[in-house]
Each structure stands twice: as structure tokens, then as C-alpha cells.
Unconditional design. Sequence first.
Length: 173
Amino acid sequence: MNMNKVEGTLEHLIFRSRWLLAPFFIGLVLAIIALLIQFTRSLATLAMKMFSLTPNEMIISILSLVDFALIAALLLIIGFCGYENFVSKIGTGEHEDRPAWMGKVGFSDLKIKLMGAIVAISAVELLKAFINIDQFTRAELTWKVVIHATFVISGVLFAITDRISESKGAPHH
């Protein structure tokens, strides 16, 4: 067996191995379904208790629903982009409901979207903590702020790094 045939076989095997990632993206879809079930439960609870909740409790309940939506959207973006970048293009053709960004978000863009979603989720959690400020110690609130600030700074650094890479003509992955 000559070296070119071995190399071709190895490259073919490596190329096909991308399909090992597909179950991860299917798992993300299943996670979205699990979130939908929890969202529906929380929404039903809110609907049943809405007249007995204090304004702060109502806001916290609504922010929890927002958290579910943000996390589900994040999982969807990761699933779509990850599948299209690493496994195969999603064959929707010119379907009218195909998101405009689909097929155009590279790995670098995905990192920025991921960080943006994490910052948004963290901000919602921080807002919930400040609404219920009396339930947290000063140290717990400080850590929440520090963690949120770390996410914000990380997101800004990701964006700056990408901007520098683009301006130097580096390939955008």
C-alpha cells in the first residue's frame, strides 16, 4: 500500500469524523425542549399566581422567563452555527423563515454571540439579585457583580481581539 493511499484513507476518515459532532447538536435541541417544558411550567405558575404576587415577585418571575428564552436562543445559535461550521450545511434552500445569519456566522462570530448571550443572561440574574437585595449578603452581591463584570470584560476583549485580527488581514474563522 503506497503512502498516497494511506494518506487519502486517513484524510477521508478524519473528514467523516465530523459527523461525531452531530449528536451534540441533537442534544442541544433536546435541551431546548427541556427548557420549553420548564418555561411552560413557570409561565403557568405565573399565570395562576399573578394576582397574588407582589410587584417584585412579578418582575422576578418575568425575568426568569426571559432567562429561559435567552438560554434557548443561545442553544439554538450554538446548534445551528456549530452544525453548519463543523458538520454539514443545513439544507433549507431559500425557505422564507431561514434566519438571515444562518450560514454566515463563523466560529469567531459564534464566540462573540455566545459572550453576548452570556452577558445578557448574567445581567438578568444580577437584576434579579438587586430586586431581591435583602435576600443576599454584601459578599454574595459583590461576587455577583464581579462575575458579571468578568463576563462583560471578557466579551469586550473577545470583540477587540477579533477586530485586531480583522484589521491585520487575518482570516476570519
